[in-house]
Write a protein that binds this ligand. Structure first.
Ligand SMILES: [Zn+2]
Length: 364
């Protein structure tokens, strides 16, 4: 990963390149922004530029550049949430998946936190001088996953930064970080990617046909990781399932519960998560549908363009719908899936909330 391989984020990359050229990289940086916009990729690219001994930025040719790319450089310390019981193999898997594609995230590190032990070890390491002469780069991924003790311990490093150490904290939930940590870092905000940027990346990197790339880019709302997840075939099938779930929401409680149980038996977590992503897209479209009177405007604004009729029937059969609230509930369920909460708990809660929020018109 190097700066040229970053999708979008032109402003951030240019700020960092300039700081590198002027040798003015702050000792602590906080990369914040939504998931899937390239924060980890940028952190690795920055580490490469800082540790390459051949070029002002990076050469992608020397042992330093290669070892950063493999995440095996002795002066690059990569910290990410991991279970205490994580096996060496699992940690290796996480590492190699990040090195292969920093835009993706393996399921292995969804729930765990960053422990005090990890930060204690880090402190010991930074107390020693670096192996090569260009200093050390520490990247903390999902920095918000630090336990309170870990965060307080890290704060001490920030308060008395060791010489030639650069700390890059990466988070999509900066509000969950200690404010004392945030205030000691130079903050860099990452914007969601544009639809075009994702579309181009899908075409250029993933060899996706233009038409499909366009649809997936629309569905991923600036999140390239989500786009990659959606690439997985079977979008149509999950879309059918999603519409089926919404149809079942009006059933009796018992029937609804049985339906959810059957769905959990039949589909894996990943499929259900995608189904929920498609559901947010569906409600977003339904909202657009309601707000636009002129059908000619639909084509450009809708994502489920091919399902306009079903959409109209859907919105027409319910009393006024609180779209914002529904989309928040679904997004929250997706977040809980990422945190490995039991799927049945998540889904039961969601369908009953939807049942409350979707009131069928009496005469339809
Ligand atoms: Zn190099």
């Amino acid at each position: 990963m190097n700066f040229e391989e970053i999708i979008g984020q032109k402003k951030t990359v240019s700020i960092l390149s300039r700081a590198l050229k002027n040798q003015r990289i702050p000792h602590a940086l906080l990369f914040q922004g939504h998931e899937g916009v390239g924060k980890t990729a940028t952190a690795i690219a920055l580490a490469k530029s800082m540790l390459c001994q051949k070029s002002e930025l990076y050469c992608d040719d020397c042992p330093d550049c290669n070892r950063v790319a493999q995440l095996s450089h002795p002066d690059l310390i990569l910290i990410f949430p991991a279970l205490k019981t994580a096996k060496v193999e699992e940690v290796k898997t996480i590492r190699s998946s990040i090195s292969e594609n920093p835009y993706l995230k393996t399921e292995l590190w969804a729930k765990p936190s960053i422990s005090i032990d990890t930060i204690r070890n880090l402190k010991k390491t930074v107390a020693l001088t670096s192996f090569e002469n260009k200093g050390r780069v520490i990247i903390v991924l999902d920095a918000h996953a630090m336990t309170t003790e870990a965060a307080n311990s890290l704060l001490k490093i920030l308060e008395e930064p060791p010489a030639k150490v650069t700390l890059i904290l990466v988070t999509s939930k900066a509000n969950q970080l200690l404010s004392t940590i945030v205030s000691r870092c130079q903050q860099l905000k990452f914007d969601p990617l544009t639809r075009e940027e994702i579309e181009q990346a899908l075409i250029g990197r993933n060899g996706i046909e233009a038409e499909q790339a366009n649809v997936i880019a629309r569905m991923s709302f600036g999140n390239y990781r989500r786009a990659l997840e959606l690439l997985d075939e079977g979008v149509k099938e999950k879309q059918e399932l999603m519409i089926e779930v919404l149809r079942k929401v009006i059933l009796s409680d018992l029937e609804l519960m049985l339906f959810v149980e059957k769905m959990i038996d039949q589909y894996d977590v990943k499929a259900i998560k995608e189904m929920l992503v498609l559901m947010t897209v569906w409600f977003r479209d339904a909202m657009v549908c309601e707000s636009l009177k002129n059908e000619a405007d639909f084509q450009d604004r809708l994502i489920n363009v091919d399902r306009l009729e079903i959409l109209k029937k859907f919105t027409g059969s319910f009393e006024s719908i609180d779209f914002q609230k529904i989309m928040e509930k679904i997004e929250y369920s997706i977040e809980l899936i990422d945190r490995n909460v039991f799927l049945n708990v998540i889904l039961f809660q969601l369908v009953f909330e939807l049942k409350m929020l979707l009131r069928r018109k009496a005469n339809v």
